[in-house]
Design a protein around this ligand. Sequence first.
Ligand code: GTR
Length: 352
Amino acid sequence: MWYDSTLANLPDLSGGAKTPSEWEQRRVKLLDLICREEYGYPAKLTLAGVRIDAEGIGDGFITQSVTLDIEAEHGCHVVQLHIAVPDQEGSNPAFVYISFEPPGEELIKLVTGSGFALCAFNYKNVTSDDGDMTTGLSGAVYGDKVKTPADRPADGCGKIMLWAQTACLAAEWLSGQPYVDAARIAVIGHSRLGKTALVAGALSGRFAYVISNESGCSGDAITRGKRGERVADITRVFPYWFCNNYALYAGCEDEMPFDQHFLIALSAPRKVIVGAAEQDIWADPVASYLGCVAASPAWKLYGGSGVELLDREPVPGDVLHGGEIGYHLRAGEHKLKIEDWQHYISYIRRHG
Ligand code: GTR
């Protein structure tokens, strides 16, 4: 097949595991490796309190504004959740949406009108998207001694990890709400926040669906042979997204003891859905598909198949939603569009 040579150069995923229980042991090692070398180890966080601050009524949905008090070693940090729920009795599947901006009316109507709850938080409300480690949740985690990314221990968490851990805490609380079907909670993010969604899926079994929209480099895309952004680019511009160890692989990606299929596979046997865009060469839609292919053996250990296989590179219009890993490639630019949301909603409906 056209992808065989790429797959042949990747670090071995299964490590000889042949059964789900052998994979579970392997999985612990892979999670540890990915934390130590790429995103940093999770911070010690607890949910110290939750308050419902405000409730409202929209066109066919109910809104809630909820505050999470997150306690870390050096302090407490408050994160705001923006929730919209269909205005009807009963529990709904839900999206935890790690977002750049508050969801607009069109998105809220699409999600709630499709019978889903939406729980969004703004990632910058957790911690700033820059090298300042002293404020927000980062400040509460690291205290006074860490001011810049370089001040952290080599495997100390980066900001992707903090955003991901916040998504996990939000899901934990959400799963106890009567309007949420706890067995059908998805996590979704775009680009840097798609990387974050994959890390959240790796950390918490709470997520039945892990949705990575155009996450590319250090997300769903296989690094070896990837076009566009490389480890050297991303660690130069965004060192604070990762732990300091990751930058050691800049320019020598072939020596990494892992690749991004490990991250995707950490969500097995739950569902992973990847979205890609044709013009998004920086992320590399083909490398994202290769990530799905290379992660698929983890699902095979559970009797599944992973992603549907193509005998050619993916092309715009491909929607591969038959397997436990979904993938679509659409025409157009790097963005989380309503069209992408429609794909994710239809995948979840199809797979129940
Ligand atoms: C880019 C970055 C990508 C991607 C993107 C985004 O500048 O190089 O890895 O994460 O930002 O988050 O929009």
